[in-house]
Design a protein around this ligand. Sequence first.
Ligand SMILES: C[S@@+](CC[C@H](N)C(=O)[O-])C[C@H]1O[C@@H](n2cnc3c(N)ncnc32)[C@H](O)[C@@H]1O
Length: 270
Amino acid sequence: MSSDAGTWQVIPPKGRRGRQRLADLLTQEAVNAQTRAGTPPATSFLDAASIAADHEKLCSKWRDSSSYRELCALVSANTVGHATIKTAICLGPGSFDVRDESSRYCRSSHDAHVQLEAFRTVVGLLEEKSGYKIQCYAQEPSFGPSDKEYCHSLGIEVVDTPGAFQHVDSTAFVFGIHLPHVAWGYALSHHLPGLYVGTSLNSLDELNTALRDDKALAAVIARVEEMRSSADRWAFPAGERHTWLESTFSSTEILWLREKADDAFGGEKG
Ligand SMILES: C[S@@+](CC[C@H](N)C(=O)[O-])C[C@H]1O[C@@H](n2cnc3c(N)ncnc32)[C@H](O)[C@@H]1O
């Protein structure tokens, strides 16, 4: 790739063996990261009903925002002409649970709830526009029992890492905000998704100037660049400045593969 600095190059792996080596490397990196992440909590402070109540409270500002309106308009206007989505994967939103009552409605809960809402908003619009029922998965190592129950109540299947990555293919919508790059590496190692909402190439490039010898990062950059060559791209609509929403979706871009002539709508739906 060419970077603005023009001082380094990433060569995307060529052929099946190159891909396989990359996949092995990224698998190992993701396993290492998961090991560092520790074990998920065995108990929850909030129950699923309280999490659902928090969701309504914390998402109302975003639903009233230009970020929400622009996201809806973007998805609605581009369903036709871009990859058809049949699976949706929400990676690393963070836990909806809190340590104690005083940390309820904290910044991280806000971002987890609003990001989940954005994920579900996109899924809802895609289903409405395409007529396809979308199978949803969520993967978050810090999910406790109530997080899982809450997702289940929304029809989202929670899987342990690295289970969600196997569902990535050209009909998948993969959503991960501020996700560690090793997780992106694993997610993108075998197949590119039809719709990517994740770390922008600029942010990955900036990270790369700090982590020059990080092979996994270089591989992720190569994969995002590969996706960019056959996708349309938008910055994720930013939230209002000087509010929590300003950074809830920072450094995030949307890449949507342009539809190929042979996978036009009209195939079997259901
Ligand atoms: C920097 S936090 C971002 C949390 C939230 N998305 C936000 O923007 O506030 C990164 C998140 O990725 C999650 N994560 C790490 N490895 C993951 C994996 N293999 N699959 C899914 N999520 C992962 C972490 O548990 C953590 O919640």
